[in-house]
Write a protein that binds this ligand. Structure first.
Ligand SMILES: *Cc1c(COP(=O)(O)O)cnc(C)c1O
Length: 831
């Protein structure tokens, strides 16, 4: 029975609601919950496990989420609205339950309903295992954008990969990181719905055949050597109070019919093996933030999800009775970094080879459909694939890329570009191993290219994509990142949210600029007191959480100085360590003036193959062992490494921070979003002029931001002049003592070699210029400790940070995307 083409209309919803009221009162929630528990899980509350209870509540909430989604979809369909397809290889949604309760505005009702059953909502919330389908900032950004698109009523689908194992769980053993498989699906996933009928075939390998048919039309056929299929798994993502959209993740499976030719000759096991190989494709997320190393499976994953998504978009276009020629009018496809950039070649293939379109027409559609977001300037992170590998896995795509490139280079030739310029801009890098530059493919194939902060977008135009910005200046734009403040303040900091709402009302939930109204209370002593009491409560919660996880106890009255994010040399966790060691030295020498009791809190995962990053984790834990167990300093300094930093932990950490460490070398962090989440929760920032720090400082005011270190220009000048880190070691006595401590054996049970690789790296190359920025950082920290000693002054700065953070809501980012890139009017549906 084919029902797909039936138009979705709103009255469907009333039909459904006549059969069961999907209501929002305490009684209705309680009734639904008990029904789910009994009919879906076969349990009554008395014998249900924590997980049963969590699942029953999740299903109760999911019903209501689907209601919102169906309503939005009906509305979008009726308006024949232009839609965004967001293509991202990573999502980091965090726990769904608490967020969906907030969006449906039923947190209190649910809490009450459960209480009547003698159950505790917070305990149930803790049961949820979050989907770790991303590495860090990039995946989290995609999820913040999903939320804002849903809230604002942007017709959108988020496409991605349903990794069976997400980002590894991090354990700390003897101070070292160890990785454990993430079994997030082990207890089942109540939020997703599988759509077995939405599935597409995906080919790999083989060869192409070219011929001219009887109508004189050039034809190409791709004869693959393997095929598999991708099946859709849908998760509803709710917006606040109204809409809902879908995150559609693809799972790789074997093509249904087993290979019967093999089967018939009796080689059943070979056929089964083939099936298993197919399913491997979406088994695991590559745990690398910022760089990749030419892994074949990674390219397969990228092509797999891109092809499924594009085939799905074409199906949706045709299903609505629209012409394929109008694809770019009804869809815009946002590429989240270069990970999905093979889409440019795949859309060409689908249009030209499968849908018989002329190249010129197909290219016109393609380059008006895609928009590309660049996320990095780090040269080692700019994605490239060797022509050998790409041609072997995707022979037709390599031909298409060469054809796009030929036409592009011809265009340059007509504009009198010289050979050197053309070699620089080519999609193919001929220096060294011949490879495809994915950022160039994405740039040539898109109608807009954006960076993720003002500074980063500027550098993109001046440096990495300079030639392209000269050629197509109107193509380049900026959209500064933002964060989902409903999650990172509304859900994760209920105390502060309540105080804010009491003062200025709840309107900030949909318009973060409303926080400006807090400004007038920044000098109000009673308000300051309440403000800091809430911070203290949050710190107590984090302290308890850390003690449970690490056994280290921390006095919540200490200054909480927090550095959480992926571990990477450019983010300079080791600069923070040098600061801690300098304080340790001073205290040991009896010099304790201007040092306030401080807890240094770290968190973050290192890529499993990144030696230096793993050594930095070991160093942090070694410094912790030294400092935390030293009778003389242990009440003054504490060092904690909180294992397994993820969204769930982030929601406990950001609300409890006093000081936010954003100390990357200027020019290296494209934007950062942790910086925004900290400030949103009233932490003050110590930071360089990097990424969005620049704009945060502009908004909150120089006097409420602790700036240190070189600017991007100064960093480049330092490098150009022949940077010699050793000079700083020689000239700065305290720095020398601190660095020598690394190889003294004091940190490592007498082992003088353990940290020597770090020591040597800093003294010889120091690619991230820690030594150059060291003194400026130390001086700034002294100033910070002075301000902390004046609680009124600190509280005022904290309030002003929150009052002026409105720009960094992802709602603002999505509105920017809508006006400057997507040309979409949000369709907000309200009750
Ligand atoms: C926000 C966030 C990040 C990104 O942090 P940065 O400080 O911007 O690098 C990484 N991981 C998680 C879990 C986050 O919530």
């Amino acid at each position: 029975m084919k029902r797909e083409n039936k138009k979705l209309e709103k009255h469907f919803l009333s039909q459904i609601e006549n059969t069961e009221k999907i209501g929002f009162s305490k009684e209705e929630i309680k009734a639904s919950f008990l029904k789910k528990l009994f009919y879906n899980l076969g349990r009554v509350p008395q014998v249900a496990t924590e997980n049963d209870l969590y699942k029953a509540l999740a299903l109760t909430v999911r019903d209501r989420a689907f209601r919102q989604f169906v309503r939005s979809t009906a509305e979008f369909a009726q308006k024949d609205a232009r839609a965004v397809a967001y293509l991202s290889a990573e999502y980091l949604p965090g726990p769904h339950l608490g967020k969906n309760l907030l969006n449906l505005e039923i947190t209190d009702e649910t809490r009450e309903a459960l209480k009547e059953l003698d159950l505790d909502l917070d305990e149930i919330l803790r049961e949820e295992v979050e989907p770790g389908l991303g590495n860090g900032g990039l995946g989290r950004l995609a999820s913040c954008y999903m939320d804002s698109m849903a809230t604002l009523g942007v017709p959108a689908i988020g496409y991605g990969i349903r990794y069976e194992f997400g980002i590894f769980n991090q354990n700390i053993k003897n101070g070292w990181q160890s990785e454990e498989t993430d079994l997030w699906l082990h207890y089942g996933n109540p939020w997703e719905v599988v759509r077995p009928e939405i599935a597409y075939e995906i080919k790999f390998g083989g060869r192409t055949e070219h011929w001219v048919d009887e109508n004189d039309k050039y034809q190409v056929e791709w004869i693959p050597d393997s095929e598999l299929k991708g099946t859709a798994y849908d998760t509803p993502i709710l917006g606040y109070q109204s809409n809902g959209i879908i995150m559609r993740l693809w799972k790789a499976e074997a093509i249904e019919s087993f290979d019967f030719s093999v089967y018939n000759v009796g080689d059943y096991y070979k056929a089964v093996e083939k099936k298993m190989r197919s399913e491997n494709l979406t088994k695991v997320l590559y745990p690398n933030d910022e760089n990749l190393s030419g892994k074949e499976l990674r390219l397969k994953q990228q092509y797999f999800f891109v092809s499924c998504s594009l085939q799905d978009i074409i199906r949706l276009q045709l299903m609505q009775g629209r012409k394929l020629e109008d694809l770019h009018k009804k869809f815009t496809i946002q590429l989240n970094d270069t990970h999905p950039s093979i889409a440019v070649a795949e859309l060409m293939r689908l249009l030209v080879d499968e849908h018989q379109m002329e190249w010129v027409d197909a290219w016109n559609i393609t380059k008006n459909t895609f928009a590309y977001t660049n996320h990095t300037l780090l040269p080692e992170a700019l994605e490239r694939w060797s022509v050998g590998l790409l041609g072997r896995l995707l022979p037709r795509h390599l031909e298409i890329i060469y054809e796009i490139n030929n036409r592009f280079l011809n265009e340059l030739k007509e504009r009198n570009y010289n050979g050197e310029q053309m070699a620089r801009m080519s999609l193919i890098d001929e220096s060294g191993e011949t490879s495809v530059r994915m950022a160039h493919l994405a740039t040539v194939g898109s109608y807009k290219v954006n960076g993720v902060s003002a500074l980063h977008s500027g550098l993109l135009k001046k440096q990495v994509l300079n030639d392209f910005a000269d050629l197509w200046p109107e193509k380049f734009t900026n959209v500064t990142n933002g964060v989902d403040h409903r999650r990172f303040l509304g859900v994760s900091n209920p105390r502060l949210s309540e105080l804010i709402s009491k003062k200025i009302g709840k309107h900030w939930l949909t318009d973060l600029m409303q926080l400006h109204q807090l400004e007038k209370f920044s000098d109000d002593k009673t308000f300051q007191k309440k403000w800091m009491e809430i911070k203290l409560q949050n710190k107590k919660e984090l302290a308890a959480h850390m003690e449970e996880r690490t056994g280290i106890s921390v006095d919540p009255k200490m200054l909480f100085d927090v550095h959480v994010k992926r571990i990477h040399e450019y983010k300079r966790q080791h600069l923070k360590v040098l600061h801690i060691l300098s304080l340790y030295k001073r205290l040991k020498n009896g010099d304790d003036k201007n040092i306030v009791p401080t807890a240094f809190i770290f968190g973050g995962k290192a890529a499993p193959g990144y030696f230096m990053a793993k050594l930095i984790i070991k160093l942090i834990n070694s410094v912790g062992d030294l400092v935390n167990n030293d009778e003389q300093v242990k009440d003054r300094l504490k060092v904690v490494f909180l294992p397994n930093f993820n969204v769930k932990q982030a929601q406990v950490v950001y609300p409890a921070a006093d000081l936010s460490e954003q100390i990357s070398l200027a020019g290296k962090e494209a934007s950062g979003t942790g910086n925004m989440k900290f400030a949103l929760n009233g932490a003050l920032t110590v930071g360089t002029l990097d990424g969005a720090n620049v704009e945060i400082r502009e908004e909150v005011g120089d006097e409420n931001f602790f700036l240190f270190g070189q600017s991007t220009e100064e960093v480049q000048k330092t490098r150009a002049e022949g940077y010699r880190p050793y000079k700083y070691y020689e000239q700065n006595e305290e720095l020398r003592e601190v660095l020598d401590l690394l190889i003294s054996g004091e940190l490592s049970d007498g082992d003088k070699e353990l940290f020597r690789p770090l020591y040597n790296n800093l003294l010889q190359q120091d690619p991230y210029q820690l030594l150059k920025d060291y003194q400026s950082y130390i001086d700034k920290q002294e100033e910070i400790h002075k301000v902390w000693s004046k609680p009124g002054e600190w509280a005022k700065k904290s309030i002003l940070n929150v009052a002026n953070i409105g720009k960094f809501s992802s709602d603002r980012s999505i509105k920017d995307y809508c006006t400057t890139i997507w040309k979409i009017d949000p369709v907000r549906v309200e009750d």
